[in-house]
Design a protein around this ligand. Structure first.
Ligand code: PLP
Length: 457
């Protein structure tokens, strides 16, 4: 039935189809059409849809106690989830601050770093260094820290002044042919030191980076040694290292935290999407004992807080999700199905003239599209190649996350894959087949220009 929608949708001129149900990796529409959710929405639905254990946990908590403000109470749900998160956290992280999503987690982390320095008597440390072509959320602080040129452009006048950006660590486009992986990692990290020295270390609060860059660059892991060097630089200058694992964390790359592979731990870490798997919105900030102690031994209170911090239903739901990931051994499946997905994509697209790079880790993979594989020249942005792939896939029962502006916020196209950790061998085969058909259709299509399904960035 065609009814007028009163929702301000992402595209003001397009109302998307109504999703009615979810079953494992599938989303089912009102008219029964099925889509394999190969991107978990936006790398969220890591357990798939309709998990009975999570549904039961939500129902039990809502029945027992749906809400209790954290200025009065703590709850078993929040305490048990915090215990579990700290048990498996990178070395040194010892406290958890719950929020509702990734942007709130970033705002919280930036403010925590800022107040940490004040508590320690270094109030001039106010500057945030982040990286170009990164994304940390859409609230104003997170958007200011983010280096996604396309998303920032509209809000130019509102961006916070105390932020600056260094280059990402992106081998496909920045490593030179004569440079080893380690040499490139060291060169990329050196840009951080140069920026700290330019600003004066006494003015720098933190360095914020996605461990594996998600949406903006398309699943770009760091070069070997990059984060070890970054960790050393931050320690040398008293700068806090904040790792944003909102998208790449909580098992998505095959280890619970993406930074495990880098052999380092941050001072502050943000997680969200896979934490609650989309059943109830939830994000979290994990911080080190050193950060927490500055507050405990200082003013005692973090000048922050939102109404829904530590929400009992959200934390109970995420606790069930996190137990499922551990108890069902799902990280092994992430690694095995991730290896299968990568191998099948590499085989199918080995000679494809418009697939420039296939990259990522675990079940977090992206295809970067180029007009010319030899020179890595991107498509004309007007062609909207990524959206043409997305729309062709969607029409044929596959959800992929399409992004424009890979190279500089305007040029470049990629699609990102982040299927549920429960995906089977045949799900992966289905994803590869449908995606191959969609990319082939996009390659053969004439210049499509604007279409009504376009959803912007
Ligand atoms: N940080 C990263 C790395 C993200 O990918 C995102 C969202 O995509 C965010 C932060 C913001 O999260 P949210 O959309 O939940 O506010």
């Amino acid at each position: 039935m065609n009814r007028q929608s009163h929702i301000f949708h992402r595209n003001a001129n397009h109302t998307p189809p109504r999703a009615a149900r979810g079953e494992g990796v599938w989303i089912i529409g009102q008219d029964g059409q099925r889509w394999l959710d190969a991107c978990g929405g936006a790398a969220v639905s890591c357990l798939g849809h309709g998990d009975p254990d999570v549904v039961a946990a939500i129902s039990a908590q809502a029945g027992a106690l749906a809400y209790a403000h954290t200025s009065f109470f703590t709850t078993d749900a929040a305490e048990d989830l915090a215990d579990l998160l700290i048990e498996d956290a990178p070395v040194g992280l010892s406290r958890v601050y719950f929020v509702c999503d990734g942007s709130e987690a970033i705002e919280t982390a930036l403010k925590m770093a800022h107040q940490y320095h004040r508590e320690r008597g270094e109030p001039t440390r106010q500057h945030v260094i982040a990286r170009h072509q990164s994304y940390h959320g859409n609230t104003l602080g997170a958007l200011s820290a983010g280096g996604n040129a396309g998303r920032r452009a509209v809000y130019g006048g509102l961006m916070l002044p105390n932020t600056s950006h260094v280059d990402p660590c992106w081998a496909y486009r920045f490593q030179t042919p004569d440079e080893s992986d380690h040499a490139y990692g060291a060169r990329a990290a050196a840009t951080l030191e140069a920026e700290i020295l330019r600003l004066g270390p006494e003015n720098v609060s933190c360095f914020l980076a996605e461990t594996v860059v998600g949406a903006t660059l398309g699943c770009v892991p760091p070069a070997p040694g990059y984060f070890k060097a970054v960790r050393e630089i931050c320690d040398r200058y008293g700068v806090l290292l904040i790792l944003d694992e909102v998208m790449c964390g909580m098992g998505r790359t095959g280890t619970l935290h993406a930074c495990e592979r880098e052999g380092i731990a941050p001072d502050i870490m943000t997680v969200a999407k896979g934490l609650g798997a989309g059943y109830v919105p939830l994000g979290a900030v994990l911080c080190s004992g050193q950060v927490f102690d500055a507050f405990a031994q200082g003013s005692g209170s973090f000048m922050h807080g939102h109404t829904f911090v530590g929400h009992p239903v959200a934390t109970a739901s995420a606790l069930a999700v996190q137990r499922a990931i551990r108890d069902r051994g799902l990280l092994t499946n992430v690694r095995e199905r991730g290896a299968q997905l990568r191998a099948e994509l590499e085989a199918r697209f080995a000679d494809h003239p418009h697939v420039g790079d296939i990259r990522g880790r675990g079940l977090f993979l992206a295809l970067e599209f180029v007009a010319d594989r030899e020179t890595k020249r991107p498509f004309d942005p007007e062609r909207r190649f990524n959206q043409t792939v997305r729309n062709a896939a969607f029409t044929h029962g596959l959800m992929v996350y399409s992004v424009a502006g890979t190279v500089d916020g305007r040029h470049g196209d990629h699609v990102l894959l982040a299927p549920p950790y429960t995906a089977t061998e045949s799900d992966v085969a289905y994803i590869c087949e449908r995606l191959y058909n969609a990319v082939t259709a996009a390659s053969q299509s004439a210049f499509p220009g604007l279409d009504e399904q376009s959803v912007g960035l």
